[in-house]
Design a protein around this ligand. Sequence first.
Ligand code: PLP
Length: 438
Amino acid sequence: MSESADCPLPSFATTQVQTGYAPVPAPTAAVPPIYQSNAFELASLTHARDLFAHRADGDVYARTGNPTAAVFEQRIAALEGGVAAAALASGQAAVALTILALVGRGGHVVAANQLYGGTVDLLVETLPDWGIQTTFVDQDDLDAWRAAVRDQTRLFFAETVANPIAQVLDVRAVADVAHAAGVPLVVDNTVATPYLQRPKEFGADISVHSATKFIGGHGTVIAGAIVDLGTFDFAAEPARWPALTEPSRRLPSGESLLEHFQGSSPFIALVRAKHMHDLGPTLSASTAFQLLQGLETLDIRMQRHAASAQQVAEHLAAHPGVARVHHPGLVDNPWHAAAQKYLSRGVPSVFSIDLPSAGDPEADFARAETFVSRLRVLHLLANIGDARSIVTHPASMTHSHLSPRQLADAGISWSTVRLSIGLEDPADLIADLDRALA
Ligand SMILES: Cc1ncc(COP(=O)(O)O)c(C=O)c1O
């Protein structure tokens, strides 16, 4: 607020709220600023009406986006080669909103057995509450993907590199099966990040991320993103996608989202205008700022993560105290050929080892506990993709809600220990692991 002839002397209370700041024009900060405002100045009531009717673009209220998050959205979409992105409050929200947007009540998902435990929880327990069922298949069994398709199937879901065993998805082959069934392939590209793999190049249609991991990169934030890779044609079978193809009550014009947002992303518009707006799992401006800091160094960090993990994996593969190393950069790994095809810049640093098994879960847990308790450089945390190296016991931690059958289908046993190799000196990590295995 400024002093003028018709408003000469603002009171103390008005001054303390408004003096010294005019919403426009903004200073030209070199780094994207944190727009810590939950609502944005609207030029006029007519402009407000146009924004609410989606006749004009602009910031209104931060539940459906803010200018700092918008920079992150454009950057992650560009890095993935996509057309648009939505920034969410967590990776879990990114997965959930993608499925809710594409799969209505009575709908069906075909998903890989090899998934992060929280995604399994969502698919087997929470989404059925919304009338959405899932069939799980071995991600390498193309006939199983094909056989699982029903009339109600609306998407295929898999991780490009699965957490925690690092099975490498044959994206091209699974995308072909999905497209033959008339549905998109949604991939969780958290572990690879767009630096190590751009799933669009192999036929995926939508990419989701837990930006909590390598994108943030420093163990400080929870965040997620959905990227529309712009490849799926929702107009080919309009009856399958009523939320996109029928007149939308979010648009006073009576158009469908597909009509109104053609040329951009009707799918991301649906996520933003309906699911972010109605359910509210939005990314904050301060978290978006931290993600932008992370993205600026993603390539060099991923190179270092991948090179160090390869070195650690090779060392552990020759260690008598380790029964098996599940790292697709090793030539005898079942997914080594897939890694060469899909991960030409390097293999992600999230992988697992199996300690020798006594054949009894309690005994195997005790051995894992001894191993973990001896580590000094690697930290026991329920996380991956941090600058710090991390050790996790999936069967008792991240995947503890899975049944014995689901654990086996995902390739996890009570001897399995997950490693996320950070940015420390790999020699220190190897020495720490050797000490713990002795
Ligand atoms: C592969 C993968 N996807 C999704 C998630 C969920 O992400 P967030 O913890 O950010 O909600 C995780 C979390 O560990 C994950 O590892």
